[in-house]
Design a protein around this ligand. Sequence first.
Ligand SMILES: Cc1cc2nc3c(=O)[nH]c(=O)nc-3n(C[C@H](O)[C@H](O)[C@H](O)COP(=O)(O)OP(=O)(O)OC[C@H]3O[C@@H](n4cnc5c(N)ncnc54)[C@H](O)[C@@H]3O)c2cc1C
Length: 383
Amino acid sequence: MDHLLNDQHKLVQKTLRDFTANEVKPLAKAIDEGERFPRETVSKMAEMNLFGLPFDTAYGGAGGDTVSYAIAVLELSKACATTGVILSAHVSLCAAPIATWGNDAQKEAYLPGLLSGASLGAFGLTEPNAGTDAGAQKTVATEHDDHFVLNGNKIFITNAGEADLYIISALTNPDARHRGISLFIVEADTPGFSVGKKEMKLGIRGSSTRELILDNVTVPKANLLGKRDKGFAMIMEILSGGRIGIAAQAVGITEGAIEEALRYTSERKQFGKPIISFQNTQFMLAEMETKKEAAKQLLFKAARYKDQGRPYAKEAAMAKLYAGNTTTEVTQQAVQLFGGYGYTREYDVERMMRDAKITEIYEGTNEAQKMVIANMMMKEGAA
Ligand SMILES: Cc1cc2nc3c(=O)[nH]c(=O)nc-3n(C[C@H](O)[C@H](O)[C@H](O)COP(=O)(O)OP(=O)(O)OC[C@H]3O[C@@H](n4cnc5c(N)ncnc54)[C@H](O)[C@@H]3O)c2cc1C
């Protein structure tokens, strides 16, 4: 796979590998156990311009492409899946929508901060009764002279409480259901905007996942992102981009687990030989590696399609579906190869197995990906 990367991609890969070895991997266990957001790593990522990686240099971006971004999330997640999703949520779900649909004033106001990492971004879509059925949301935005007033609740929001800027979806035309949704740029210190319960999670435990409460939040009309009532189609596009980030996270966790398993099975001896000498171990490793490579191909195919300006929704959904399934399976196999030691917190594969599962759930469950893929197939078939 790596032979398909150009010099710029290889440089990103090398830079990230050095960074994760020195700054990310050493913290992964502690932030998981302490359920602690790694603010110090975020500052270092900002210094490296990682938050602006796939954006134009005009507003402070690094001028990289989607493939570079996927490499960055992959390498971070290989060391620490929590750190990977902080970047993914910021880039795909907050900065990218502003770069795509923001007007000049919005870009000037918000992109320099987001791309430099001076401000962290998040995306509030999910509600207690609107998950897969995103169109069932109840948060409303009522129009006044020069502003909207937002009221409602969002749940499970990544980076919530740590973020400075949120993209929030709300109904501007409640009777029209998903045809009446708009997106708003909301600053964290706006009166009436607050964060609620912090979720205690199975994995990615250093990532902040919290509720958002919108209680008469006044948002100037200037902060309406894109066209009024056209938010649902934008949300679908945002999630397609996000799926590339989550597929990269899944491939990264998988790659990390395989590296750990390869090392451990070479060192661990039973019956007087390293357990890697048993054919059963070799066959399991071979299957893990093959599936990881297949997931990586799907990931980079989706990223390349996006970079080439081609439709990529189906490719992104397939990449996330397959990479998510694969990481759940491979991390369990890694634990199996470690035997009893794999079940203890002494080894990273235990954390990796817990971290892996979320990639089958957020930014659309596996079932939601299958709906997207099948819908695209039916459209393609009809064309
Ligand atoms: C750690 C974490 C971080 C998250 N970060 C964010 C974030 O930053 N921003 C944000 O807005 N949201 C975020 N989410 C929310 C996440 O995207 C949703 O949890 C997810 O989309 C599923 O929605 P739900 O939890 O309501 O499950 P439900 O929609 O209730 O689904 C439950 C089950 O039913 C299945 N199902 C539902 N409908 C169908 C159907 N039509 N056909 C077949 N099966 C179906 C699902 O696949 C799933 O298996 C996050 C969630 C978690 C856990």
